[in-house]
Write a protein that binds this ligand. Structure first.
Ligand SMILES: C[S@@+](CC[C@H](N)C(=O)[O-])C[C@H]1O[C@@H](n2cnc3c(N)ncnc32)[C@H](O)[C@@H]1O
Length: 258
């Protein structure tokens, strides 16, 4: 086993089936460009969308981070920082002795983050993190796992930048595979929230962002596959909690690599 984790050969795993109605049939780079462009056009509306959910998401992110063990003095990397919905909670929890770093590929989102977050910000993607090995106590990611190109590369990067014994925490959109829960989510997240987004922002792009949100969640690989991939890249002590319409993944980089 190397510093990079287990060297087992794993096939790339996209987080969801292609959604060609949004970005066509081209190479994955076109999907990535589409995603960044969509977030760039809607960055100034993102907090309005968060407010439609009564900012409950901000409180919930902070609550989950505390429960996952984030505390004073820790060094955190928040990947896909967006408007700093996770990072703001992390800053409160690590206190003045700690440090929170943010990374995101979308310039408009980094501009929004700067308004409320005063830690270091870097432009970059989860799949190639611009940080040295073994640097962080915690790596966090809120509602963005569906936007990476490859879960294997992403989790390998998370493991690489974590200190031995460090914690990876992900909050992600979730829907049950079938039944009433799925129908309810489809109605709320696929119809009501996009409609309310259009009403409150008057932005067709912001509505499109929420349509895209639902379609990516609906097409996501199941949690079991995410948990298996975390194990395959060398994470341990996995935890998974569903509070529909979101779910949480927590995993540790082993403290003593074999
Ligand atoms: C829905 S926002 C989430 C923002 C924030 N983390 C939260 O909890 O609300 C998704 C973010 O993922 C970012 N993103 C898209 N592709 C990414 C990638 N490949 N790596 C890292 N971040 C990405 C977008 O720029 C956007 O800021």
């Amino acid at each position: 086993m190397s510093m990079q984790g287990p060297t087992k050969t794993l096939k790339p795993l996209p987080p969801h089936a292609p959604l060609t109605q949004y970005y066509g049939h081209g190479p994955d780079a076109e999907r990535s460009r589409y995603v960044v462009d969509l977030f760039n056009k809607t960055a100034r509306h993102y907090n309005t969308i968060e407010m439609l959910l009564l900012n409950g998401g901000l409180w919930y992110r902070r609550f989950c981070l505390r429960r996952a063990g984030l505390g004073p003095g820790m060094k955190v990397l928040d990947v896909a920082i967006g408007t700093a919905a996770v990072a703001r909670g992390a800053v409160q929890l690590v206190g003045p002795e700690g440090r929170v770093y943010g990374v995101d590929p979308t310039p408009g989102m980094l501009d929004e983050a700067k308004k409320v977050f005063h830690g270091p910000l870097t432009r970059g993607v989860a799949e190639h993190l611009p940080f040295t090995d073994g640097h962080f106590d915690f790596v966090t990611m809120g509602i963005a796992l569906r936007h990476v190109s490859d879960l294997v590369a992403t989790f390998r990067e998370y493991r690489r930048v974590l200190k031995p014994g460090g914690t990876m925490w992900i909050l992600e959109g979730y829907t049950p595979e079938s039944g009433f829960g799925r129908s309810l989510n489809r109605f709320m997240m696929g119809k009501v929230i996009p409609g309310m987004t259009l009403l409150f922002t008057r932005s067709r792009d912001a509505k499109l962002l929420m349509d895209f949100y639902w379609d990516t969640v609906e097409q996501s690989v199941p949690p079991e596959q995410i948990l298996q991939t975390l194990t395959d890249v060398g994470f341990e002590k996995l935890q998974h909690r569903v509070v529909s319409p979101v779910c949480e993944y927590i995993a540790k980089r082993p403290a003593n690599p074999a």
